[in-house]
Write a protein that binds this ligand. Structure first.
Ligand code: HEC
Length: 464
């Protein structure tokens, strides 16, 4: 049953399934109107709607069956979704069939019965739809954004609210701001006091420390013994992999952060400043949390007049990606990602045009563009440039020299260029510089240390 065709048809299930819902609800609406308005046309419209709606429901059921053959769904939820769906289709047909039989003497009984069947059918659609929602959007999808007053009416326990991030990266609490939100999003649905799968709840520090049936759920400082790390590091096909049943797994970054947290002692209260964090991890953390490179969320952007819309239009026509930095600011974020294959002349023309909005260019990504010293000279003419991505070009120490004019530049990516410690002299003249990426350049560890000595506080990303 796993042929391409059946799975292909199955993949239309989410589309097909919504059509009969609309038609059957419409049939019910017409049925309601018909109680007040005796009209033959209306009666036949009801029959048509009932028939097509039920036919659609049957198609939805078949496509759903094919889709489910692909596997990966929670067995119980699938069971109820499937059978409520089939029941809705059957009830719809029966309701139609009874109406169709027009023997006068029992017609009243029949319409009455048909109304009941249709009502039941719609009830099944609602219940089945809810299970469908659960399968695609996860448990608690209905209550996730429920306003507080409704929560109290329905006695829904509030989700652990994600705590707002502090303005400084250093003040971010590792467990409360990073680890707990990961567990809440991807694990707590099955590991909570109401549903302790594997005898394990992951909703609070106490519950995590208490652990589950294995007895070594969390072994602070030891990632090889901690079941918590082991289960998310397995191959996703492994039956012990967490989360199971094709639930959205942790991203590699999330898994990495969980590992790092356990390895560094699984502390529940420390912030980043208090934890052992090397520069690389800090970079990952800043990236993961969406902090600006300066590790300060409250950056004050320079003022700039709006860029000439004609120039922006032309730039876009040249296939540059042009974005304004924020809704309030006129500063531009420019990327050459779509122009990488263009000819050197075209790239140079684009840079030339960029110079006519030079006040506005705040970020520029020209990575992987085969740029040489000529283009670097043009880029060095962008006075407000704050962030520059130059990785993977054909740059040498000499070609970098013009960049020293960039006095507003805070972040410079020079990875995968053939540059050496000689460039330090250029970096030193860029007074605003806070972060340099030198990944896969000819900088040795010794060179990096020298750079950090000469430029105090600079963040350097390096390595093979
Ligand atoms: C769909 C439900 C579900 C989700 C989501 C889920 N788990 Fe589980 N988990 C289970 C079940 C069922 C068991 C028990 C069976 C087993 O041990 O494999 C279990 C067992 C475990 C255990 C073993 C308990 C012990 O003895 O220490 C750990 C650890 C675990 N889960 C971690 C996680 C983590 C971490 C996540 C989130 C990334 C997660 N689980 C998400 C269902 C789930």
């Amino acid at each position: 049953m796993h042929t391409d065709w059946s799975l292909f048809f199955g993949s239309f299930h989410p589309l097909i399934v919504h059509i009969p819902i609309g038609i059957l609800l419409f049939a019910a609406l017409l049925g309601g109107v018909a109680r007040y308005k005796r009209n033959r046309v209306l009666q036949s419209a009801i029959s048509i709607a009932l028939f097509t709606g039920s036919l659609g429901a049957a198609l939805a059921a078949v496509s759903g069956y094919f889709l489910s053959a692909g596997g990966g769904y929670d067995v119980d939820t699938l069971f109820w979704h499937k059978w409520t769906g089939i029941a809705a289709a059957v009830l719809g047909f029966v309701a139609w069939w009874i109406r169709r039989n027009k023997k006068r003497d029992i017609v009243f009984l029949k319409t009455g019965l048909s109304v009941w069947l249709l009502s039941l059918c719609i009830l099944f659609i609602i219940v089945g739809g809810h299970y469908g929602g659960t399968m695609t959007h996860g448990e608690n999808y209905l209550t996730a954004h429920m306003p507080a007053f409704l929560r109290s009416v329905f006695h829904v326990t509030p989700r652990a609210q994600p705590q707002p991030l502090p303005a400084q990266l250093d003040s971010v609490r590792v467990f409360a701001h990073i680890i707990q939100p990961i567990l809440s999003a991807k694990c707590v649905g099955c590991h909570n006091p109401g549903k302790e799968q594997g005898d394990l709840a992951l909703n609070s520090p106490e519950a995590i420390m208490k652990g589950g049936k294995s007895g070594n759920t969390l072994v602070p400082g030891d990632i090889t013994k901690s079941e918590l790390v082991y289960r998310v590091s397995l191959d996703p096909d492994n039956t012990k992999f967490m989360p199971p049943n094709n639930r959205t797994p942790l991203t590699s970054m999330e898994a990495g952060l969980l590992k790092w947290w356990v390895a560094s002692g699984a502390d529940f209260t420390k912030n980043i400043a208090e934890s052992k964090v090397d520069e690389k991890t800090k970079y990952v953390l800043a990236f993961y949390l969406g902090f600006d490179e300066e590790n300060d969320k409250k950056i004050i952007l320079p003022e700039a007049a709006p860029a000439d819309p004609n120039v922006v239009k032309q730039l876009r026509e040249m296939k540059l990606v042009v974005r304004t930095l924020t809704a309030q600011s006129n500063l531009l974020d420019i990327s050459f990602v779509m122009m990488r294959q263009s000819s050197p002349q075209q790239k140079r023309a684009a840079l030339q045009l960029l110079l006519s909005v030079k006040e506005q260019v705040y970020r520029l990504d020209v990575s992987n563009c085969m740029l040489t010293g000529e283009e670097i000279k043009m880029i060095a003419d962008l006075p407000n440039l704050n962030k520059l991505e130059l990785q993977k070009n054909d740059l040498t120490d000499e070609s970098l020299d013009p960049l020293k004019a960039l006095q507003q530049l805070t972040s410079l990516n020079l990875g995968q260029n053939d540059i050496t410690a000689k460039s330090i002299a250029v970096f030193q003249q860029m007074t605003a510089l806070q972060k340099i990426n030198l990944w896969q350049t000819r900088f040795t560890e010794e060179d990096v240390r020298q750079l950090q000595d000469t430029m105090k506080g600079i963040v350097v990303v390096s390595g093979e």
